[in-house]
Design a protein around this ligand. Structure first.
Ligand SMILES: [Zn+2]
Length: 252
């Protein structure tokens, strides 16, 4: 089984420190959050190919989470969509340099809660992500679109809409189990087609709280068969604690 953590839990460390910690603690997978000062793709790429050589020394599957703060592939503003596409492409370029398996991105959101605005945003998001997926395909990288918490403003907030996005854009799916849990029913997300990997955290079934496993009501019995799991918490001690609970819940 492949199991790892998001660098969200060890913010502001170097590539080498993250790889050392992952290998010391026996993880075989890691997701780099590309929002930090040295992991933002445009900056990271500007340092030149040497900074990525370190990844060759470790047998750890790398995944990238593209910048999503202030980005929006569904924006009604063409300039924001364009910048979102540029930064997604830069993340794909970084994935090529690292030899990363896939990059995750978000489907975006609307800022006016009306059906007709939502339909328009959905059209734009599919358009932006289809172009990003083509760029990824041409470079042998998987683009993976993540499901979002259960709020009207967010796209891919149901398994049905997530499936629609995957089919329309040709991208793969990152299934965030915490986000799925806010939807009430996790199961339909587990049977989506083309799932590349999972984000794992717990919550009370309403808010995306990023709790350690067992502190919320996520049903771990549902997760028995899944592989390629990134524990996504903002504290590394809790990552280790959650790993124990996750492994025990599978009944080794
Ligand atoms: Zn995400």
């Amino acid at each position: 089984m492949k199991l790892g953590f998001s660098t969200l839990s060890l913010f502001m460390k170097s590539f080498e420190e993250w790889l050392e910690i992952a290998s010391r603690d026996g993880f075989n997978m890691m997701e780099i959050l590309c929002e930090g000062p040295h992991t933002w793709p445009r900056i990271a790429l500007s340092f030149g190919p040497e900074v990525f050589q370190i990844f060759e020394s470790y047998d750890i599957d790398i995944y990238l989470h593209s910048p999503t703060i202030d980005m929006n592939p569904a924006s009604l503003n063409p300039g924001i969509r364009e910048e979102t596409l540029i930064q997604t492409k830069e993340t794909i370029d970084m994935a090529v340099m690292i030899g990363a398996k896939a990059i995750t991105t978000h489907p975006g959101l609307i800022h006016r809660l009306e059906d007709r605005v939502r339909e328009m945003g959905k059209f734009y998001s599919v358009e932006t992500l289809t172009e990003a997926n083509q760029y990824a395909k041409d470079r042998d990288v998987l683009l993976s679109v993540e499901n979002m918490p259960n709020r009207y403003a967010y796209f891919c907030n149901t398994a049905q809409e997530h499936s629609y996005f995957i089919k329309e854009t040709g991208a793969h799916a990152t299934v965030d189990l915490g986000h799925a849990n806010t939807n009430g029913d996790v199961k339909p997300f587990l049977s989506l087609e083309n799932i590349s990997y999972y984000h794992l955290s717990d919550n009370n079934g309403e808010k995306d709280q990023h709790l350690s496993l067992g502190e919320g009501n996520l049903n771990l019995n549902l997760l028995k068969g899944i592989d390629n799991v990134i524990i996504e918490l903002n504290n590394y001690e809790n990552v280790l604690k959650s790993r124990e609970i996750f492994i025990n819940s599978r009944g080794s």
